[in-house]
Write a protein that binds this ligand. Structure first.
Ligand code: AMP
Ligand code: ZN
Length: 494
């Protein structure tokens, strides 16, 4: 079935799984700490109890690869990364699946309009398959910049067309679907608890509906499982199916791939908050109709990053900032990670440049402090139990990272903790925070042309045994903040 698939991404892409954490699970067990998160399904903070003891299946809705990810998208991946790191620290072996949407996500989340991939291909006058590959690679680069650990595997939608068709066929056999002139739809009236998860006001939706928008749908909430290629549309991405040539609806990919790689029961499913009322509601309807039982135990949602004036950052408008925008403005992208860690993941975060400036200042203070500790910690320390306990207690309480960050600062200024232990504890905390604290180095000053000329003049003076001039030039370098060393190869500065 996938014979006409020209995907440059293949079926699955193994993530870089080098990331490991220190095993502190016995310490955690001794303290009897429970890891609790807010579960959108119950609207409560609940203790995580995995389906299989010791293991967590984690599914994260991934990027639609038709544009660069914006920093709002990346906020969501940062908080999912924190969740995963904390799960690992708690002692779980985490299998993390992230899909890559490289087909079928239409301009409107309600199955209307053009396919984002095809639209982007037309606008950029490029091949849609190449666009998917290009933006996927850029996404991985963004993840690296932000120290977001990669999933166990990335699973592109175009690598799983057959699985999606099989799922739709099964739903059809069970009587959940109907056909219209533009596709195969899921009949939401056949899934009585459809509105529960998202607390959807179906009547309200009905009365606000635009007349003439897909009149063939039986219910306002019905959604496409398979869409037909339109006559004359010349789609680059299309496949044969039992219903006609076309492409999968956006939601079906996540159900097909989550079930394939994580089995019939998923521990935790993640995404941005706008997915609650449409994408995740639809995923639940189709998966549970197929499986005939509940599917996901915990739903973890990160709230939006918004701009001042309550504007949501979105890829489909021009108001979006990317990692490149941050770099162009002179910020190391890791500053944005620090910025996000200061806000609760399930509250909206208003992006402000002043906030980025204070994050930058705090982070360089932190680097300076850690560097001092690195220099003075001349023997292996132990992690400080009091602060470690407090640090993890707040993380296990629905990921209160900003509180944990405050505890890190408290520990650093606590004169009762020695430098060796401080250094060890900071590195342990950074396994969660991901701020590259183990890599801090002395800042290397850029050697300007002016400095290079002074060095050359000084070397010339020394060759000519003009020690007066040589000393004058040395003083000049010292006044510019350098330490000057005389070596066999000539003047060296630090
Ligand atoms: P997309 O690439 O548009 O499919 O979205 C990727 C992820 O980013 C999804 O989990 C979205 O819910 C999430 N997302 C989209 N916009 C924002 C935003 N402004 N703030 C935070 N997360 C977002
Ligand atoms: Zn999804």
């Amino acid at each position: 079935m996938d014979s006409n698939n020209k995907s440059l991404l293949g079926k699955t892409i193994a993530g870089n799984d080098e990331f490991k954490v220190t095993d502190i699970s016995s310490f955690i067990k001794e303290q009897d700490l429970k890891f609790c998160i807010y579960n959108t399904k119950s609207r409560k903070v609940e203790e995580i109890v995995p389906v299989t003891p010791g293991k967590i299946g984690l599914y994260a809705c991934g990027p639609t690869v038709y544009k660069y990810a914006h920093i709002g998208n990346l906020r969501t991946y940062i908080s999912e990364d924190i969740l995963k790191r904390v799960l690992m620290m708690y002692g779980y072996k985490v299998k993390h699946i992230m899909n890559v949407t490289d087909v079928g996500h239409l301009v409107s989340d309600a199955d209307e309009g053009e396919d984002k991939m095809e639209k982007s291909a037309k606008e950029m006058n490029m091949d849609a398959w190449e666009i998917a590959k290009y933006y996927f690679d850029e996404f991985r680069r963004d993840m690296k910049y932000l120290n977001i650990t990669e999933p166990t595997i990335f699973t592109p939608a175009t690598g799983h067309i057959d699985e999606q068709i099989q799922l739709v066929k099964r739903l059809e056999e069970k009587g959940y679907t109907y056909k219209t002139s533009d596709g195969v739809y899921f009949d939401t009236s056949k899934f009585p608890k459809y509105a529960d998860f998202g607390q959807i006001d179906v009547e309200g939706l009905q009365s606000g509906a635009r007349i003439g928008v897909n009149d063939e749908k039986k219910n306002i909430t019905d959604f496409a499982l398979w869409k037909f290629s339109k006559d004359g549309e010349n789609r680059q991405m299309e496949w044969p199916s039992p219903w006609g040539i076309g492409f999968p609806g956006w939601h079906i990919e996540c159900s097909a791939m989550a079930i394939k790689y994580l089995g019939e029961y998923v521990d935790i499913h993640c995404g941005g908050s706008e997915h609650v009322k449409v994408h995740h509601t639809n995923e639940i309807a189709q998966s549970e109709s197929y499986l005939e039982h509940e599917w996901v135990n915990y739903w973890f949602h990160t709230d939006w990053l918004i701009l001042e004036g309550n504007e949501k950052m979105s890829k489909s408008s021009d108001n979006y900032l990317t990692i490149n925008s941050l770099i162009e403005k002179g910020y190391d992208p890791i500053v944005y990670r620090y910025y996000c860690l200061n806000a609760g993941y399930n509250k909206q975060l208003v992006f402000k440049w002043e906030g980025m400036d204070s994050a930058k200042t705090s982070l360089s203070r932190l680097y300076k402090k850690v560097l001092e500790l690195k220099k003075s910690a001349n023997a292996d320390g132990k992690f400080n139990e009091k602060y470690t306990l407090q640090f993890f207690t707040s993380l296990f309480d629905d990921l209160n990272v900003s509180k944990s960050l405050g505890l890190l600062w408290n520990m650093l200024s606590d004169s009762e903790v020695n430098d060796r232990d401080k250094y060890r504890t900071v590195l342990l905390f950074d396994e969660i925070l991901g701020l590259n604290l183990s890599d801090v180095k002395e800042e290397v000053k850029e050697i300007t042309e002016e400095v290079k000329i002074i060095i050359a003049q000084r070397d010339e003076a020394r060759r000519n045994k003009d020690y007066k001039m040589s000393d004058e030039l040395r003083n000049k370098l010292v006044s510019l903040g350098y330490k000057v060393l005389d070596t066999k190869e000539g003047t060296k500065i630090e």
